[in-house]
Design a protein around this ligand. Structure first.
Ligand code: HEC
Ligand code: HEC
Length: 313
């Protein structure tokens, strides 16, 4: 070790002292910055959750006309009776404010309440099962950023035997497949994104796929149209079948409906799809294009009972 002159030793001591303070300052700055970046992350999740909730149109079923958003009360008429979307604001008693992340994931992706009772598939958890955990928790962060509403959730008004919640266990056993449909190995990133938006978040099949008498979707006729759609609406065939589906529509035709609600025959979609368009019109152009790209890849299924609108030439 080279010998140090006293002056050099003093200089080194000063440097060490300086380093000590500089290090402390850096640590202090980091400590101050940490909660700020935590808050930024939180704000980021809320913004992302808001977009995802829009794509899933959570507001539609969970908001009464002219009511507070997500405070529940919306009547959903089905062949099994009338469901009322519950309050999903963060109110600790009337809403979901006391729910943990696990409670929320189990409800949205498994259709089970925190007490373990099964939800009716009028809550489209059969589609939401394919939402990633990260996206589901972003939706929760967004919901928890809303003002809590103390509006009590209203009991459903269902006909027998559908009124028996326990009857849902065999239904689940027969029909609930929590795995989202596999994406083709050679699918482009755009098609894969479209599959996620159509099958999981956008739950298009909940209306456009025909159901059997027990209300389960017939996946062999995926998106081929449903004569018993929501509120008695007929949901058209949106597979690429050339005669009864979207086969003769251009990609722009599909994108235009999702953005503006205008059909190729210049009519506008109404009813349940009008509400869906309120959601799809708020998506990015890339996401609407991805939906159109994916719809072009599903198997074409003829369905003369629920034909698509044919473009006029
Ligand atoms: C098509 C209508 C519909 C859509 C869309 C919908 N829900 Fe629901 N949701 C319901 C119905 C109906 C119930 C009640 C089910 C039951 O009681 O069995 C429900 C129940 C719930 C519950 C359980 C509430 C409780 O108090 O137990 C949560 C949480 C929930 N929905 C969140 C969401 C989120 C988040 C979205 C969007 C990603 C969403 N829902 C989209 C209809 C819908
Ligand atoms: C709540 C039920 C419901 C959901 C969910 C739904 N649709 Fe629809 N859709 C309908 C109904 C009903 C019509 C017919 C509207 C009309 O003719 O006025 C329709 C019409 C359409 C049309 C026009 C077809 C034609 O031939 O006129 C397209 C395209 C379409 N939907 C695509 C989608 C896509 C993509 C999604 C998912 C992002 C979706 N829909 C989700 C009920 C629904």
């Amino acid at each position: 070790m080279p010998q140090q002159f006293p002056a050099e030793a003093r200089l080194n001591a000063e440097r060490r002292q300086w380093l000590h303070w500089a290090g402390a300052a850096v640590l202090a700055a980091l400590a101050l910055a940490a909660p700020a970046s935590g808050r930024a992350q939180e704000a980021d999740a809320v913004a992302r959750g808001r977009y995802l909730a829009t794509a899933a149109n959570c507001v539609g079923c969970h908001t009464e006309p002219n009511g507070a958003e997500y405070a529940g009360g919306r009547a959903l008429k089905t062949p099994f009776g009338t469901f009322y979307g519950p309050n999903i604001t963060p109110h600790p008693e009337q809403g979901i404010g006391s729910w943990s992340d696990e409670d929320f994931l189990r409800a949205l992706k498994r259709g089970l309440s925190p007490e373990g009772h099964p939800y009716y598939p009028a809550f489209p958890y059969t589609s939401f099962a394919g939402i990633t955990d990260a996206d589901a928790l972003a939706i929760k962060a967004f919901l928890f950023s809303l003002p809590p509403s103390d509006r009590p959730s209203r009991a459903h008004d269902l006909s027998f035997p559908y009124s028996i919640r326990l009857a849902l266990w065999p239904w689940r056993w027969l029909y609930f497949d929590p795995e989202p449909p596999p994406v083709a190995a050679d699918a482009s990133a755009e098609t894969a994104r479209g599959a996620y938006l159509v099958e999981s978040l956008g739950h298009c099949g909940e209306c456009h796929t025909p159901r059997n008498w027990l209300g389960a979707r017939n996946e062999d006729r995926k998106l081929a149209g449903n004569v018993d759609g929501p509120e008695g609406d007929k949901a058209p065939n949106i597979t690429p079948d050339p005669d009864t589906g979207l086969g003769s529509w251009s990609r722009e035709d599909v994108i235009r409906v999702l953005e503006t609600g205008l059909l190729p025959d210049f009519d506008a979609v109404g009813g349940a799809m009008g509400e869906v368009v309120r959601a799809t019109s708020k998506l990015t152009a890339e996401d609407r294009a991805a939906i159109a790209a994916y719809l072009a890849t599903v198997p074409g299924v003829p369905n003369p009972d629920a034909p698509a609108t044919q473009p006029e030439f």
